[in-house]
Design a protein around this ligand. Structure first.
Ligand SMILES: NC(=O)c1ccc[n+]([C@@H]2O[C@H](COP(=O)([O-])OP(=O)(O)OC[C@H]3O[C@@H](n4cnc5c(N)ncnc54)[C@H](OP(=O)(O)O)[C@@H]3O)[C@@H](O)[C@H]2O)c1
Length: 264
């Protein structure tokens, strides 16, 4: 297979673990230079070390940042601009969850989840989207053909159907799916595609605690047509496809990857 991201620059948020880690590894394996973003530098360093160990030259760079903070996001934009001068792919993957009934949910916890899952997509897309637009505007002058540019937001099955005791998370992911459509419309004149990918249950640090519970695991198996939990690399494969030029006619779409949860 042709490396789909040769010569491109990509940013993956939440790249220190789970789906983000596997996505960064996948993009790098297919030729991208990747900037790994997350709050915990040590985790990012570990992933960058693994990625760079597979390459002739280092291709992974880390940028510790909290994507809910505007000043951090602006520093990230300056870093990309100064170090790389352009950006082709952005994967807004950072996210968090928590469990509560609506009646027991505090306003602070509601805000935390909306900030990390939705506000971050807005802040990072606004800042880095501007770099992608500027890069696009330079292309015709340089006489180049249009390069693939796209944003992929990681939403969730819960954005389609609210999960048990995750009302704040479910609302935030439904917002991500619709924000994706709004952003897709706004960036379409620049031929920058924007899509979301909605995973079902996937084995990552986010679900590790729940998956230790045998009853919960059995319930997932029962309710999933494919009868199993997903692996982060299976979601990374889909994100990479949607991000790549192979999906050149897809924008404003959501790709559900739930092992058949919604059809059972
Ligand atoms: N696993 C699933 O079953 C599942 C299903 C549907 C959707 N998803 C979505 O998939 C995405 C990835 O989750 P995952 O399952 O791979 O879980 P994960 O391993 O916990 O990954 C989340 C990543 O986001 C980073 N992050 C959290 N808050 C951040 C912040 N404020 N600023 C920067 N980075 C932040 C975390 O790193 P730091 O803590 O170091 O910052 C972590 O590396 C999330 O959006 C999640 O909602 C997961």
């Amino acid at each position: 297979m042709e490396p789909r991201f040769e010569g491109t620059v990509s940013v993956v948020t939440g790249a220190g673990s789970g789906i983000g880690e596997y996505t960064a590894r996948r993009l790098a394996r297919e030729g991208a230079r990747v900037v790994l973003v997350g709050r915990t530098a040590a985790r990012l360093e570990q992933v960058a070390h693994q990625i760079n160990g597979e390459q002739a030259e280092p291709v992974a760079d880390i940028f510790p940042a909290d994507v809910t903070r505007e000043e951090d996001v602006n520093r990230l934009k300056d870093h990309i601009s100064r170090t790389y001068g352009d950006l082709h792919v952005l994967v807004n993957n950072a996210g968090s969850s928590g469990q509560s009934r609506i009646m027991d949910l505090t306003a602070e916890e509601w805000d935390r989840i909306q900030q990390v899952n939705v506000k971050s997509v807005f802040l990072v897309s606004r800042a880095l989207g501007a770099l992608m637009m500027a890069g696009r505007q330079r292309e015709p002058e340089a006489g180049q053909s249009l390069t693939n540019r796209s944003i992929v937001n990681v939403a969730s099955l819960s954005g389609h159907k609210p999960g048990a005791q995750i009302p704040h998370y479910s609302a935030s992911k439904a917002a991500v799916i619709n924000l994706t459509r709004a952003l897709a419309l706004e960036l379409a004149p620049y031929q920058i595609r924007v899509n979301s990918v909605s995973p079902g249950f996937v084995e990552t640090p986010l679900t590790a605690q729940g998956l230790k519970n045998e009853r919960f695991q059995k319930a997932i198996q029962r309710n999933t047509a494919l009868g199993r939990v997903g692996k982060p690399e299976e979601i990374a494969n889909i994100i990479a496809f949607v991000a790549s030029g192979e999906a050149s006619y897809m924008t404003g779409s959501d790709v559900l990857a739930d092992g058949g949860w919604l059809i059972t």
